[in-house]
Design a protein around this ligand. Structure first.
Ligand code: HEM
Ligand SMILES: *[C@@H]1O[C@H](CO)[C@@H](O)[C@H](O)[C@H]1NC(C)=O
Ligand SMILES: *[C@@H]1O[C@H](CO)[C@@H](O)[C@H](O)[C@H]1NC(C)=O
Ligand SMILES: *[C@@H]1O[C@H](CO)[C@@H](O)[C@H](O)[C@H]1NC(C)=O
Ligand SMILES: *[C@@H]1O[C@H](CO)[C@@H](O)[C@H](O)[C@H]1NC(C)=O
Ligand SMILES: *[C@@H]1O[C@H](CO)[C@@H](O)[C@H](O)[C@H]1NC(C)=O
Ligand SMILES: *[C@@H]1O[C@H](CO)[C@@H](O)[C@H](O)[C@H]1NC(C)=O
Ligand SMILES: CC(=O)N[C@H]1CO[C@H](CO)[C@@H](O)[C@@H]1O
Length: 328
């Protein structure tokens, strides 16, 4: 082979190797098969119990997974409590309404009994999100490869930078997803996570009460739906009131989010922004079909769950003993 061909081949191989690192190439199906054979059963059992007691838990665990993965990769950095002098991701404004930490702690505690120092918090977060959504279906809705290690760094500033805002326009959303290796299909499918759960009035009130500062509503928001929202939230918005992200379908993981979106009845400006691009709007119409949506969602969330994973114990990664603290 000529040197030039060789160098092209080498750079191609390096490219493949590096993209594997970014995309969780070293994660495995059933990574803990030998060291913690009952892991997946334990996570599912506790998660299903919690979701069975309170269906709103599913949305909490799904969002927790997203917020973990978008900042420094899926490394459980979101779970670290702030320490003196250091604000961790949890303290960043977009994380103010994230919850479910106690459930991860409970799963971790149980696993520390079953197989001490073995299972990472990052893997627990990914599995619990899958199981939380799957409860409704009685079977696993997507595959989660395991072998993530827990990170040692968590910075509020990075969460503020990397997590998309409820006011983001299409260009920004597309760019923020691209920064994490996710394309437009992923953006649309993953936004479909808003088929479950709630948002506080404060994050969408402007669309309803005062879009341009003249006491008007967002023209992209359906008028009759805006009226409904007005009666639910007071102005100024009461921080204690929440509204379902997917109208009348808060607990059902289905494709109704896209049906509502296409009727201008989505809650967040960032949801509505998806209709401002022709290609994205076409995908949003296709996703009204549950099977089309769900098959893309399964692929996209598997991709999301492999963003920037750490797969080796060392400078960067460890198996945390307590999900809230870096090991001493
Ligand atoms: C596309 C960019 C996204 C933006 C701008 C966004 C923004 C938001 C906002 C503002 C809320 C309400 C939070 C509050 O009340 O303070 C929310 C809730 C939620 N988000 Fe997203 N999100 C996005 C993508 C995602 C993704 C990719 C997922 C998961 C795969 C997700 C899952 C959820 C869930 C399940 C809830 C409901 C949480 C609950 O009920 O407590 N979101 N999101
Ligand atoms: C379920 O959880 C939500 C959110 O954490 C809470 O507001 C609600 O009161 C809980 N419902 C019940 C029946 O405990
Ligand atoms: C704060 O975070 C930085 C960056 O991760 C780290 O180098 C430093 O040791 C942390 N300080 C404390 C007190 O944890
Ligand atoms: C989208 O938002 C960004 C950041 O706020 C802004 O710089 C940009 O001009 C906006 N793009 C469009 C097309 O409105
Ligand atoms: C709307 O916003 C403007 C400018 O921020 C403010 O002066 C006005 O009082 C607001 N109106 C209402 C109804 O909230
Ligand atoms: C949604 O709003 C857009 C304008 O933003 C309008 O052109 C369209 O007809 C509306 N669609 C429905 C179903 O109301
Ligand atoms: C919100 O809830 C908190 C705690 O229950 C309460 O102290 C506060 O007055 C409530 N705020 C409003 C505007 O109702
Ligand atoms: C759990 C947690 O640390 N929440 C914080 C999220 O961010 C808000 C706003 O900065 C803080 O007030 C919360 O304490």
């Amino acid at each position: 082979m000529r040197p030039r061909t060789v160098s092209v081949l080498v750079s191609l191989l390096l490219f493949i190797a590096s993209s594997n690192v970014c995309n969780g190439g070293k994660l495995k199906k059933d990574f803990y098969g030998k060291d913690c054979p009952r892991l997946e059963e334990t996570v599912r059992q506790i998660t299903w119990e919690k979701v069975g007691e309170n269906r709103s838990v599913a949305a909490k665990l799904l969002r927790l997974h997203f917020h973990d993965c978008f900042v420094r990769g899926c490394d459980a950095s979101l779970l670290l409590d702030s320490v003196e002098g250091n604000s961790t991701e949890k303290k960043a404004i977009p994380n103010g309404s994230v919850s479910g930490y106690e459930i991860i702690d409970e799963i971790k505690a149980k696993l520390e009994e079953e197989c001490p120092n073995t299972v990472s918090c990052a893997d627990i977060v990914a599995l619990a999100a899958r199981d939380a959504v799957s409860y409704q279906f009685g079977r696993s809705m997507w595959q989660v490869f395991t072998g993530r290690k827990d990170g040692k760094v968590s910075l509020a500033t990075e969460a503020a930078r990397d997590l998309p805002s409820a006011f983001a326009n299409y260009t920004t959303l597309k760019q923020q997803f691209a920064n994490k290796g996710l394309n437009v299909f992923d953006l649309l499918a993953l936004s479909g996570a808003h088929t479950i759960g709630v948002a506080r009035c404060g994050v969408f009130a402007r669309r309803v009460f005062n879009f341009t500062g003249k006491g008007d509503k967002d023209p992209a928001l359906d008028s009759s739906y805006a009226k409904v929202l007005k009666t639910k939230c007071s102005n100024p918005p009461n921080p204690n009131i929440t509204v379902e992200l997917d109208r009348n379908s808060e607990f059902r993981f289905d494709s109704h989010y896209f049906v509502a979106l296409n009727r201008n009845q989505s809650l967040l400006a960032s949801d509505a922004a998806l209709l401002t691009d022709r290609n994205a709007a076409r995908i949003a119409r296709d996703f009204e079909n549950f099977f089309v949506f769900m098959s893309q969602f399964s692929r996209s969330i598997k991709k999301m769950s492999e963003i920037g994973v750490i797969t080796r114990v060392g400078d960067k990664g460890e198996i945390r003993k307590n999900c809230r603290k870096v090991n001493a």
